[in-house]
Every structure is written in structure tokens, then in C-alpha cells.
Design a binder for this molecule. Sequence first.
Ligand code: PLP
Length: 428
Amino acid sequence: MKYLSEKKKTFQEINKENRIKWDKLKFDTQLIRAGEDPYPETSHSLRIPIYATKSYTYSTSSELYKNHYYYSRTENPTLYALDNKLATLHRGESAISVASGMGAVHLACSSVLQRRVERIRPNKITKLLPQSNPENIPNIIIHINQYTGVYRLLTKIYPQMGIEFKRVNLCDLPEVKKAIDDNTKFIFFESPSNPTIDIIDIQKCADLIHEVNGKCIVDNTFASPALQQPLEFGADLVIESLTKYTNGHGDALGGAIIGPKNEILNIRYYWQETQGQVLSPFNAWLILRGIRTLNLRMARHSSNAMTLAEFLEDNPKVTKVLYPGLKSHPAHELAKKQMKNFSGMIGFELESVEASNRFIDLLKLIKVGVSLGDTTSLIEYTSIMTGIDLASWERKAMNISNTHFRFSVGLEDPEDLISDLDQALKQI
Ligand SMILES: Cc1ncc(COP(=O)(O)O)c(C=O)c1O
């Protein structure tokens, strides 16, 4: 009988009881176990199954009242396991995984900008707020440099919906203070930033935006929860493109938002439910598989990148190297304070466009391609790859030179990576 009554507990009830224990575990143990253990519906399976279902069915009204699962656009046990793991890793109250990193950025920003509908409880919009004063045009503050997809969303699409933006060098805190006003709804940045590897002071930016009750949204993709936990520094919402380091194997797209329970509920039941940006259970399962080795991978990504950054810095053909682990990085000290290690992303520049084109042609082992954060090293020539949609003045304003390379250092042996770079640089 005891066994039967235990079995009747919902997944969420059991998770709730166990969250307390997960929070007390060390990070490596959380990576392996949080969110996944125990899992009552799995009939003792060690691994979470892929719940490939759209609906959940019930035979009694009391079951219906008790359960949260209705439809996989908002609820799926495989995704919940990932959500709970991510919340634990970031020491957040709650998390939601979505279809991609871009999806996560859009849902998080939409929820923070939402004005007319009061925060809702699951499945229920409680009441409409009065229209805000049309004179008070909301604005957002973004860093001068970020992933081009996010730049497009926040500077080209949101303005069409009446949201103004201000591009500010967030490394310059007096400038940030000057830019914030009473209508600033949030400050958004990546740290480290894509592709120029800027490091931004999360605590100071959060403190400044909180003075006007705005929110601080941090895209943590380049660091991953293994190296940086922005909520600990006062950020309100954290974005992860799970596609990158968190999954780490280059075989699935995904995104996540981590933050306070009410905001995440609003995102799940108001924004995700209507926008339909759902992570497939198969991708959630792949990401759950990848995430278990995150800490080991990030240590090796970081040590490989340090070795390669030092090699590049000493090479006369390389005119600039940006890596937060190098003493020459302008925010090396801040990176040491905010991050547990420096991750695997390097920015560097060559002497000319001609040399840059030759360099691409000469690489043999290192793959040329967009994206980042997986086992395989990837280099992108930014101005003709992710930066191709930007006008030249926009690239300039973002500090992306015509000879900028973004290097995602993989887990190959660093000696092999160095000899590939070396042979290419010698011939340009
Ligand atoms: C920092 C950062 N945030 C968000 C994204 C978007 O993530 P996704 O490709 O999963 O949509 C990217 C993609 O490169 C990124 O580099």
C-alpha cells in the first residue's frame, strides 16, 4: 500500500521534495543527478525516457485536478528534468527550456516588456492592468557588441513594436548610469560577449538597472553554468543557448531561461504557450546527456584555449588577441572575479583581409564554420559569416574588424591545433 501511495505522487511533488537535497549537493553531482533522480514514472529506468507524446490522458476528474500535464507545448517530463537541472545549476528558483537560444532571448525579453496583463498563475490570466501612459515609451539598453541574431531582434524588430533601444558600451559604467531612465525596462548583455569577448560587470549593471526597477538579463552562453552563475551577481534572468557548451556535442539546438518562479511561469504559460517555441523531447534528452560532462569539458576547453591564446599572442602574424585569461585582456581581473575559468572562446585579428582569406584556405584540421561550444574546434571569419548581414558601419560600431576571427577551441589535443594554426599562419 505504501508503495502504491508513493507512486501516486506527481512528478512535480517528488521533484519538489528532492530539490532541497539537490541544492545541497556539489556542482558535479548536480550535473549528473539534479532533475533526473528519482523519476517515478520511469519504472526504475536509470535514464529519463524521451516522452514522445503530445497529450496526457486521465480517467478521473480527481486525477485531472491533481496533474499539471495536459499538452506538450507547455509540459513534458523529459523537458521538466532538464528545466529542474538547469535551475539547480544556476541556483535559480525555476527554469524553462525552449527551442533555441534565440527563442530564449525573445521569450525572456517579451515577458519583461509585457505591460498590460498582470502576472498570471498557471493556465489562468488573472486580470488586465490599466493601459500605461502612451507618452512613456519603453526603452531597453544593450551592449555595443552581441550575437548578430540578438542584435537584429532588439534593434530591428522590437523598435517596430514600439520599443526603443540604446546601444551603450556597458564596460563604461558611468555611460550606463547616464543611459538608464525611468522607462528603461531592462539591460541586456552577454558576458563574455560574442564575438569580441568583452567582459561586463554583472553586479554593477544589475545594481544600476535595479535603481529604476528594471531587470538585468544576462546571456551566459559563452561561460555556461559551470563557469559563471549570473544570478549570484544580481542578474534577474539568465539566458543559455543550450546549443553551445551546455549540450556540448554539436548535435542539438536548444535554449533556456533561468530566474524567479513567477517570471518563468509567466514565460511558460503566457509566452511559450502562445508562441509555441518548444524544445523537442529528443533534443532535451540529448542535452541532458551532454550536460553531465559539462564541468569536465569546460575545464579542458579553458586550458586548451589558454594554450592557444598564448600561442596566438606570441605569433607576429596575429595583430590582436582577445581572451579573458590573458593578462592583456582589458577586463582580465573582472573575469577572474566573475568566472571560475575563462572558457574556450578566443577573438583574434590578422594583418589584412587578404591574409585572412588565405588563412581560411590554409587551415586543415580546424573546421571553418559558425556556432561554437562543442567538442570540435570551429573558427569563423566574422565579417563574412555571422557578421555578413551587418552594414560596415554596424560592424565598426560593434568593434568587429574586417580581419576578426572568432575561435571556439574544442577538445582536440592542443598540440595538433597549434600545428594547424602554425602551418597556416606561416604561409599567409
Ligand atoms: C551568445 C549567444 N546567444 C544566443 C545565441 C543564439 O542561440 P541559438 O543558436 O541556440 O538560437 C547565440 C548563437 O550563436 C549566441 O552566440
